[in-house]
Design a protein around this ligand. Structure first.
Ligand code: ADP
Length: 632
């Protein structure tokens, strides 16, 4: 087959431009990325050979060689791993298949300054392409295990790459970088120096479980005479805490997660006994942007006795901990274990329980030990963790204890439920909350008025999942969780402001109006009653204590479930002039046609105030306009 030239996909081209103009200050990391890919390829080959003994690949000496040539100014990273077929090279190296990276490129284009771009690169990592930070040309030669023909890929990182088949390629992959001209006063970054390579490998890739060797180059004066293994190859999870530095843990995290930033938490667990395993887990410092998408790859890597078995092993952690990365190495599993078997395995379920508890207890500890880290954790992952309040009743207490929420108590500092309970006023029995789309819309809701007037704290819940868990969980530490927009609220008697007698008198006064309004509004309302939650607004809409909120109804409908629309209650503020006037007019007038319009308007206003939409917006607007006209 002749050499063919292809164009890079648009996103890939944009990414390459960034690499060539290297917006990332720490260029050394390109080697970590190439070594990381090589290591994955060796893992894959070993696994493939285990599963298929007809593959015919030699797995007795799997390794990564790094070869430098000072005269030609090249650096080659070679592995004898799984390799790639011709089609795979085009698909994996020529395009950006990973949806995360495509998203990243989009964000990069929007990040105007180089500082923003550097931050973003750290956030996503760019693997193979990072070679173009230091090279003006890259060549990759590869042959897939079990195939006879190899493929050569080559590019200067500009608009195109070439592909051709080659006959004599060894199995595995070699990536050759033609380094950019040397920067004379920059000794550290001479990537043809064996010492530089050694230093970078030690720093970033020591834990890689395959030997990484330097092969002395033709003219490399300072290289060692023999191939030399640079890394210790010790699996970090199997070593004791004292032996491993934080930096080493962090590099493992970067290898596994493809995130270039430091993790927020490192969690170790070593279980002994009949079912032995070691776990090294990481909580990232930032939530990935695709955490809520269907295809999000969740779970940690599974090893069996140091042998890599699978990525994204979802059986090891519950879905609400899907952001946790890491490695679990089990001693007593079959190397042939499949995802289906893992889902049903009793030991795996026990592991899942133990790992979950360990992660949650770590979070709990940071609340007191490192409040800033906890705050970051909750900001990034709180809304995912709250899913656990629905699905994991075993850990509900712990989840409630580590949760925190925005509150009227403070503008920017979320509160725990325990702290809320401590601040509760004498006579207050329940924990109040209100759900809504934004903090602002909740704070401006008429339902908040009496609570604000009386200084009663209200939790402001804005995550979609909040609508659901508050209903399911129902209480915290013996105190009911109550929506300020549901059921009757009775704050008046708490400090004896409004006696029972006075209330009865009012009820009598308004009985006629309320009955007539219910009749006039018909099916639109379940009931019309006087409110004790309003101080400023004339009216508001509330749900019955056990009815679904409109947001929840919508959520169920979005999931394809049929739910009837719950009728809502209209509450009137008897202290408001409009309501007083309406009552007066109701008593005095025989012809109530115009009053019926006012009643309809009042209802529409209450619907608008809670973020809803009047049933017939056109008619509502016309009524408002007519009334305004008459008031001129
Ligand atoms: P990432 O490693 O984040 O997936 P890369 O751009 O580094 O992204 O690599 C893209 C894909 O190319 C890898 O997922 C892998 O399938 C393949 N690949 C890269 N390097 C090698 C290699 N040395 N051997 C086999 N496959 C490789």
């Amino acid at each position: 087959m002749p050499t063919e030239t292809f164009e890079f996909q648009v996103e890939a081209r944009q990414l390459l431009q960034l690499m060539i103009h290297s917006v990332y200050s720490n260029k050394d990391v390109f080697l970590r990325e190439l070594v990381s890919n090589a290591s994955d390829a060796l893992d894959k080959l070993r696994l493939a050979a285990l599963k298929d003994d007809t593959l015919g690949a030699d797995v007795s000496d799997l390794h990564i060689d790094i070869e430098t040539d000072g005269e030609a100014r090249t650096l080659t990273v070679r592995d004898n791993g799984i390799g790639m077929s011709y089609d795979e090279v085009g698909r994996l190296i020529g395009t950006i298949a990973n949806s995360g990276t495509a998203q990243f490129v989009k964000e990069l284009r929007e990040a105007q300054d180089a500082g923003g771009a550097e931050g973003l690169i750290g956030q996503f990592g760019v693997g193979f392409y990072s070679g173009f930070m230091v090279a003006d040309e890259m060549t990759l030669v590869t042959r897939r295990a079990g195939e006879s023909q190899g493929t050569r890929w080559s590019s200067r990182g500009e608009g195109t790459y070439t592909l051709e088949t080659v006959e004599d390629a060894p199995q595995g992959t070699s990536v050759t970088l033609h380094l950019k001209p040397a920067d004379s006063d920059d000794q550290l970054h001479d990537y043809t120096s064996a010492w530089t390579i050694k230093d970078i490998v030690k720093r970033y890739s020591d834990f890689i479980t395959w030997p990484i060797r330097t092969v002395p180059g033709k003219t490399d004066g300072d290289a060692a005479p023999e191939p030399e293994t640079l890394n210790s190859m010790k699996a970090l999870w199997a070593r004791s805490r004292e032996e491993v530095s934080d930096d080493e843990y962090h590099e493992l995290y970067k290898h596994i997660s493809h995130d270039w930033r430091e993790p927020l938490e490192t969690i170790r667990l070593q279980a002994e006994g009949t079912f032995e395993y070691q776990a090294l887990l990481f909580v990232p410092s930032h939530a990935p942007h695709d955490l809520y998408t269907q295809g999000y790859k969740r779970g940690v890597q599974l090893y069996v006795k140091r042998v890599f078995i699978m990525d994204d092993c979802e059986a090891l952690l519950p879905p609400y901990l899907r952001f946790v990365k890491g490695v679990v190495d089990a001693a007593d599993l079959s190397l042939n274990v499949s995802r289906e078997i893992l889902q049903q395995d009793r030991h795996i379920r026990m592991m899942q329980r133990r790992l979950t508890k360990k992660i949650l207890s770590t979070v709990k500890d940071t609340m007191t030990a490192a409040p800033d880290r906890y705050a970051t954790f909750w900001r990034e992952f709180g809304s995912v963790l709250k899913e656990g309040l629905l699905s994991d009743s075993d850990n509900r207490e712990t989840l409630l204890a580590v949760a925190s929420f925005a509150s009227t108590h403070a503008d920017d500092e979320p509160t725990t439920l325990a702290a809320y309970a401590e601040r509760m006023k004498d006579g207050q029995e329940d924990i109040y909350y209100l759900t809504g789309e934004t903090r602002e819309s909740i704070e401006n809701s008429p339902h908040m008025e009496a609570f604000r007037a009386k200084g009663i704290e209200v939790l402001l819940l804005t995550d979609p999942v909040d609508e659901v868990w508050v209903d399911v969980v129902g209480e915290f530490d013996g105190r009911r969780l109550r929506s300020v927009a549901k059921g009757e609220v009775d704050l008046g008697t708490q400090d004896g402001e409004q006696g029972d007698g006075e209330r009865e008198k009012r009820s009598e006064e308004y009985a006629g109006l309320l009955g007539w309004m219910k009749e006039t509004l018909g099916e639109d309302v379940k009931e019309v009653r006087l409110s004790s939650r309003l101080t400023v607004s004339p009216a508001c809409i509330v749900s019955d204590a056990h009815d679904l909120t409109p947001a929840l109804e919508n959520m169920y409908r979005a999931m394809g479930q049929e739910v009837p629309t719950a009728q809502r209650i209209l509450e009137l503020n008897p202290g408001h002039l409009l309501v007083k006037g309406l009552n007066q007019a109701y008593k005095e007038r025989e012809d109530r046609t115009e009053l019926a319009e006012t009643a309809e308007l009042l209802h529409g206003l209450a619907v608008l105030a809670e973020g809803g939409r009047p049933k017939e917006p056109g008619r509502f607007v016309k009524l408002v306009a007519d009334h305004l006209e008459r008031s001129l």
